[in-house]
Design a protein around this ligand. Structure first.
Ligand code: NIG
Ligand code: FE
Length: 412
């Protein structure tokens, strides 16, 4: 049963799925006064209105979308959406002046979320996570990556990854899953880091791979968390089980995480709040994507990522939400795009490309999602009546999405 949307502006129409870097990131191909035909779960045809051969009435569903835009859904390549409860108590402490380190010392931070998660049943965790994911789908997210990392025990990590597996089977958007056992050092291993790293490599990894629960491996490479050497060791172990790396790098310090990521051939190095020229050059000369998480920097009141320097140096950058209870308790990609324009001086075209086609690359799904092309999944955002594309990030905070299509069907 075919669907026709006509008199619409199509955004990010491209036949090549190439990763965008440098000046190419600013080129966002659009087709005005156009039509789009969806058949089954894919885009079947599109073109200028003057070339529309069929009578709109011959379609099972047809919609005159004058003054509106159709975008490919957001591709959010970095989230920690499976977590238990929330941490707004720490948020209030931070308003009163406590630092991330002070909060962690008081028993907060990642370890607080890990305690809650280990005390929550798998069914309850699934119910909480499903509610979050459905909300993001309504906000236009049409492909997502979700990490473990709030278990920090064999059972806890398996619980999260099984919940991600259930989400994959339940929702109609593509979901990628990442094992982040190396998110923090659990309290019981405080004086025995080596013991925990061995647990990750020798016990967790084989158990996870046996159940086919992960697509990628991740490490939080940061002072006080995992060193570059430990990061590489864990990523190489993951690689031996067929898991490519996507790592947390250069969030709070010049941790060496970017260099480690490039050395192990990571798909992406994510965060990048703290960069210097040498690190930017290393990233620019590699095939690794730099994924910027501006809402995390915003929420932690840190300077945002140096997007302009990264783009000008020729790095391939993506945008993602980092949805998690500690540093980005929002997974709203519309706000990520707006913040990137407002505070990182990215143009609307650059931000939309980084949050769609380049985000798809950061999950190796560029042939399925991330742009409007014949044969690609019909995961789309239909905007309300808006004066221009720049109006989307300009009027940040207003929901300008009229409807979302997932797999060829309007989301209810
Ligand atoms: O990506 N940086 C490490 N992990 C998360 C924050 C974790 C937390 O505070 O719960 C992040 O920002
Ligand atoms: Fe993260």
């Amino acid at each position: 049963m075919a669907t026709l949307i006509h008199n619409v502006t199509l955004v990010n129409v491209r036949s090549s799925n190439q990763l965008l870097r440098g000046k190419d990131l600013a080129v966002l191909p659009c087709l005005e006064k156009a039509y789009l035909i969806i058949e089954g779960n894919v885009v079947a045809d599109y073109g200028k209105m003057k070339y529309l051969k069929h009578d709109p009435k011959s379609f099972a569903f047809h919609f005159d979308a004058e003054g509106r835009f159709i975008l490919p859904s957001w591709c959010d390549s970095h989230t920690h959406l499976v977590f238990a409860g929330s941490r707004e108590n720490e948020f209030v402490d931070s308003i009163k002046g406590l630092s991330y380190a002070d909060i962690a010392a008081k028993g907060g931070g990642i370890l607080a979320s890990a305690k809650k998660l280990n005390d929550t049943s798998e069914d309850d965790l699934f119910a909480q996570s499903y509610t979050r994911l459905r909300e993001l789908m309504q906000l236009g997210t049409g492909a997502i990556e979700i990490k473990s990392g709030y278990g920090l025990t064999l059972e806890g990590e398996l619980k999260i990854l099984r919940v991600i597996q259930r989400l994959k089977a339940t929702v109609s958007i593509p979901v990628k899953s990442t094992f982040l056992g190396a998110h923090a050092i659990p309290a019981e291993f405080k004086d025995n880091r080596e013991g925990y790293i061995k647990l990750i490599i020798e016990k967790m990894l084989p158990a996870i791979v046996k159940e086919n629960l992960a697509d990628y491996i991740d490490v939080f490479c940061e002072e006080g968390f995992y060193s570059p050497e430990e990061t590489e060791r864990i990523c190489i172990a993951g690689k031996q089980y067929g898991l490519k790396a996507k790592i947390h790098a250069n969030q709070l310090s010049l941790s060496g995480g970017v260099q480690s990521g490039v050395r192990v051939g990571a798909i992406s190095v994510d965060h990048l709040e703290t960069m210097d020229e040498k690190t930017i050059t290393t990233l620019a000369q590699s095939d690794t994507i730099g994924t910027l998480l501006p809402t995390a920097a915003f929420f932690l009141r840190m300077p945002l990522q140096p997007a302009r320097s990264l783009i000008e140096a020729g790095c391939a950058i993506a945008l993602a939400s980092d949805y998690n209870p500690g540093s980005s308790p929002s997974g709203n990609m519309n706000f990520v795009v707006a913040l990137s324009c407002i505070q990182m001086s990215m143009s609307p075209e650059e931000a939309i490309n980084a949050a769609t086609i380049n985000g798809a690359h950061a999950m190796e799904m560029q042939n399925e999602v991330g742009s409007l092309a014949i044969g690609k999944k019909a995961n789309l955002i239909l905007t309300r009546h808006i004066p221009s594309l720049a109006y989307l990030p300009y009027s940040f905070g207003t929901n300008l999405i009229e409807k979302v299509m997932v797999n060829g069907e309007w989301l209810q």
